[in-house]
Design a protein around this ligand. Structure first.
Ligand SMILES: Cc1ncc(COP(=O)(O)O)c(C=O)c1O
Length: 405
């Protein structure tokens, strides 16, 4: 599987920029406001603060440049950037629901998204039903007369479960509901949910799109029909906007997104294949492995896979955390999508009500390093916690003990 070739030109090519002396990079417009010569010009610009430059909470040229690139990549009419993925997600949801509405959400969605839908929105009278999103019947069975939104995250970012995007959008259409999909894992390089009928696509830009673990951001992309009300209310009123400096950094990262995704895909598959053969991994969660239960579905709606996956293990959390402690390349940390490989070890019962015998979930993020170094790292760290020390090593650690022979 490969990133769509068109993506490379979209991110790498801009039209000649007369406005900025042919500058190859869009300048960072470090300004909060834009002034006008006359009141007539000012009033004219204020008629549409999302299209003209009046105030940077509404529109800023550096941020706008990035928004237009992201809209093109996702094949949407308009994109709006936010200060974080959660700012984008919460604004997108709020732009669709109102008091007394009902939402259906995949039960494996990103934790704070579930918290926002399942707890926070209750105080505004919005109820959410969480379903195992892998089966269309579960979505259908949860539909109520007041269902207004189907919230998808495909694949999910802990267990990597997919939803059948086309079937979900057809269901939403048939009941007059909207759909939002978190596309952070696949990125527009590997999945374009708007083409499957999704209403709004959201991303944590913090992840692959910025790609260098140096900033936070989010984006919502969709049709003008859904984006116009979002921009004039939730975007303007909540004020969680992206700064021009961040937009400059993200744009720099975006230039190499398809290149990076090819690398994350191939290295991710190589390391996942290695891990799948180790005794500590009893179940792999990677949609690009042929034994993933939704492998076929993945191939029908994605053209590639990201480098973040997990496996389930019967080894204890303590042992696998001790393993992580010994790693040189994998860093222990939250998030993913940057250049650096990461490991995260958690008790499985906290994450899901799966087979209680399987105790631990390990999530690996495969960065840009040599995948063979990463495999060696996993291996040497495992050896160091499982192979018992030789007698010579024991003697060196404690010369008081007697050596045989
Ligand atoms: C799948 C997914 N969506 C959304 C978010 C939220 O993004 P942010 O941290 O930029 O608010 C995250 C963050 O980890 C994520 O993993």
């Amino acid at each position: 599987m490969t990133a769509n070739e068109k993506m490379f030109s979209i991110v790498a090519h801009d039209e000649h920029d007369d406005q900025h002396h042919g500058s190859i990079n869009v300048p960072i417009y470090q300004t909060s406001l834009f002034s006008f010569d006359t009141y007539d010009q000012y009033n004219l610009a204020r008629v549409d603060e999302q299209e003209n430059y009046v105030y940077s909470r509404g529109n800023n040229p550096t941020v706008r440049f990035l928004e237009d690139k992201l809209a093109q990549l996702e094949q949407g009419e308009r994109a709006k950037c936010f200060s974080s993925g959660m700012a984008a997600i919460s604004a997108a949801i709020m732009s669709i629901v109102k008091t007394s509405d009902h939402v259906i959400c995949t039960h494996q969605a990103y934790g704070p998204t579930r918290e926002f839908l399942g707890n926070y929105l209750r105080k505004f009278g919005v109820e959410t039903t969480f379903v195992d999103g892998s089966t269309l019947d579960n979505w259908k069975n949860a539909v109520r007369s007041n269902t207004r939104l189907l919230y998808l995250e495909s694949p999910t970012s802990m267990f990597f479960q997919l939803q059948d995007i086309r079937s979900c959008t057809e269901l939403a259409d048939s009941i007059g509901a909207e759909t939002i999909l978190d596309n952070s894992w696949a990125t527009p390089c590997f999945q374009n949910p708007l083409l499957f009928g999704v209403g709004l696509v959201v991303h944590s830009i913090t992840k692959y799109i910025s790609g260098h673990s140096d900033c936070l951001g989010g984006v919502v992309v969709g049709s003008k029909r859904l984006m116009d009300p979002l921009m004039s209310t939730e975007y303007m009123l909540f004020g969680g906007v992206m700064t021009p400096q961040t937009a400059g950094l993200v744009t720099r990262g975006l230039r190499t997104l398809p290149l990076r995704m090819q690398r994350h895909e191939s290295s991710g598959l190589k390391v996942a294949d290695y891990v799948s053969k180790q005794s500590y991994a009893v179940k792999m969660n990677h949609p690009g492995l042929a034994n993933h239960p939704q492998y076929e579905l993945g191939g029908s709606q994605m053209s590639g896979t990201g480098g973040l996956f997990s496996f389930e293990s019967r080894e204890s959390v303590d042992k696998l955390r001790a393993w992580a402690d010994q790693m040189q390349y994998f860093r222990i940390g939250a998030s993913w999508g940057g250049f650096e490989s990461l490991i995260n070890v958690n008790a499985l019962h906290v994450m899901s009500a799966n087979d209680p015998q399987i105790g631990t979930l390990v999530r690996l993020y495969i960065g840009a390093e040599d995948p063979d170094d990463l495999i060696r790292d996993l291996d040497q760290a495992w050896q160091s916690i499982t192979v018992s020390p030789s007698e010579e090593e024991l003697y060196e650690q404690n010369p008081g003990i007697s050596q045989k022979g």
